[in-house]
Design a binder for this molecule. Structure first.
Ligand code: ZN
Ligand code: ZN
Length: 343
């Protein structure tokens, strides 16, 4: 629970109840902090006091409403971070982010009044649409990443049009950038570059076989040189003006720039005149339900083999204050935090 700006604490709360016959209650097994939980934590959207964050969680169904058709008590499931109505034409295609009732993300009060899943129990609306049983071979870390970050990274790569043999640049190597890079490699980007100002992230990128660069004009020029005039596909995942400028700088005149970040500030970057005629820019947020059937059969592939390493810290929920401070203030030491309720 947030108790104010840059203040998280672990407190006792009332058990959730079924609000609608299509809801279920989950006993949460594991949950993660997302970069987008930092927007309310840092007070970017007003005082977050009293808000319970968390839209990345997996758990077991302990109670199901009478109109829940495809899910049942006792099932171990992962939950989409983006909740749709489950019935409109967009939802029918898995596009929860484009739901006619508006995209809803747990724990973000301007989107939904359903509290987040960084808790022992959480109520999930539209359960038939929001939940997916976790296949036995899928590790808990991969299941958690399927709720949001991996689906988001995958969508970044797909919408950048990555195909076998393309060169690709991932700008920003936070957890979504890591998933975006792994997805781009899975789609055939063997010539894969990463731009991030943090040395520890560049080291991790290099360990995964990507060519890692600092966020400097010299590095951008080098990438343009190495890719023969700019990358075919650019995946922007940081949401900063500087990262968008880098993305434009390293893109080939015929490139697609795909952005999946939540902007933290206005962008001043624009494609240069030379590039304007053919460069494409696409911005989107993920619809995890759409990505699940594409990603699950690929989880065993070499490009996605090291997903679990995205989590640098595993903590009990009781240490939420420390976890948020660490993730927000020391990104050079912390890739992503998993709250493990089985600890
Ligand atoms: Zn998220
Ligand atoms: Zn819908």
């Amino acid at each position: 629970m947030f108790s104010g700006v840059r203040a998280a604490e672990t407190v006792d709360v009332a058990d959730p109840v079924l609000r609608s016959p299509t809801d279920v209650i989950l006993s949460v097994e594991r949950t993660a902090i997302c970069g987008s939980d930092l927007h309310p934590y840092r007070g970017e959207w007003g005082d977050p006091g009293g808000q319970r964050p968390g839209h990345e969680f997996i758990g077991t169904i302990v109670e199901a409403g009478r109109d829940v058709r495809s899910r049942r008590r006792g099932e171990r499931v992962l939950c989409s971070g983006a909740v749709g109505c489950g019935e409109c034409p967009a939802c029918a295609q898995g596009l929860s982010a484009a739901c006619v009732s508006g995209m809803k993300v747990f724990g973000i009060p301007m989107m939904t009044d359903y509290p987040g899943g960084q808790a022992e129990y959480v109520a999930v609306p539209s359960a038939d649409f929001s939940l997916l049983p976790i296949p036995e071979e899928v590790a808990p870390e991969a299941a958690l990443l399927l709720t949001d970050n991996l689906a988001t990274g995958w969508q970044a790569a797909q919408r950048a049009g990555v195909r076998e043999g393309n060169s690709a640049v991932v700008v920003g190597f936070g957890p979504v950038g890591m998933c975006a890079a792994m997805s781009a490699r899975e789609l055939g980007a063997w010539d894969l570059f990463v731009i991030d100002p943090l040395g520890s992230r560049r080291e991790f990128a290099a360990s995964l076989g990507y060519r890692a660069f600092d966020a400097t004009p010299e590095a951008e020029a080098e990438i343009v040189e190495l890719t023969g005039g700019g990358a075919d596909c650019v995946l922007e995942t940081a949401g900063r003006d500087a990262s968008m400028r880098s993305a434009v700088a390293v893109a080939h005149p015929s490139a697609t720039i795909s952005s999946v970040s939540v902007p933290s500030e206005p962008y001043s970057a624009e494609p240069s005149e030379r590039r304007l005629p053919t460069q494409r820019f696409r911005s989107s947020v993920a619809s995890p339900q759409r990505a699940w059937p594409q990603l699950i059969p690929r989880l065993g592939s070499p490009a996605l083999a090291r997903l679990a390493e995205i989590f640098s810290h595993r903590l009990p929920l009781a240490r939420s204050a420390e976890a948020y401070a660490l993730f927000s203030e020391r990104p050079d030491e912390c890739r992503k935090i998993l709250f493990d309720l089985t600890l």
